[in-house]
Design a binder for this molecule. Sequence first.
Ligand code: 9MR
Length: 356
Amino acid sequence: MTTKITRRSAIASALALTACSQGAKSQPAVTPPPPLRTLTPFPIGCCVQERWLHEPEYADLLGEQFSQLTAEWEMKMEYILREDGGFKFDRPDSIASFAKARDMALHGHALIWYANENDAFKRLDGRGKPFADAYRNYILAVVGRYRGQARSWDVVNEPIADDGERLRDCLWSRNLGVDDHIALALEHAHEADPNAVLFLNDYHLELKPNKRATFMRLIERLLKRGAPLSGIGTQTHIDYDLPQGAVAEALRDLASFGLPIHLSELDISLGDHYLPALPGDRVKRQVAKYAEVAEAFMALPARQRFAFTIWGLRDDNTWLRGNSGQRPKDQPLLFDEAGKAKATCRALADVFGQRG
Ligand code: 9MR
């Protein structure tokens, strides 16, 4: 997922850069709430990049607050699979060891993703046996390595096209079939670890009802043909001004299959602001949105609350500030740059503390 830069936002950013160079002030920290991981029976997750685990303050905050880890990118094919077809497991192993040492669950992310087309596959004759064998071998090797530790996997990430009307066209769908490559990936993952909960994971399911409907039709077809799909991931990369009730409605719809729901990549962007100080109203609405999302998750039947994952620890870790996010001053997370809990964290802790 990337955030598009519109002409309007490009002009606004150019104007703001000339008007101010100091950047948005951080939001005030709040009295620390109890650690999030102590408040709920289901895991509270966070994504992580391996290099940050070497920073003691980062590692301690992560281990104290969260009870599940998702690798932000180092368990994807873009890291693990080398061009010559070999595997690189050093950083994924290090993330997995950290999780074990801090008594955290591990969620595998992500086996098959349209954005990770890889030369080791492109080189093979797509429709031939070597391509299908490489697909199976990759999934068996990766899921097999973390068998018994990763309790779950995003088996296919972001299968629905951005217009919400169809499945994405990608290297895997072209060569192995549109629905078939997804069913196959699920079967291979199940073969490698029959106990892992296997997810399809996608974004904007709350923003675009047509995308949600297409995603749900895919799930229905897969279940009907007996594919071992056992969980539904809804990323929830949203903005502070998402209409009230949109997340609750999406969760209700997605939960109708009776499968576990992973709110898998939550962040709430303050938008592409380039103001010297953040409008307080925007922050208030962001805090309220965090509480609303937590309430919506708690409204699911308890047995379907798989995990609630935040996409990054401190505001300086967010992907939204990077090249693909294009929001260099955003503050979408629960902890500020110094690792202090923000009002967003308090809001989550209040909901989970009362209802968790
Ligand atoms: O946040 C991730 C960023 O650091 C990586 O560079 C990028 C490519 O691997 O992926 C980002 O995470 C994405 C996630 O894997 C799938 N959903 C959207 C996330 C944000 O783009």
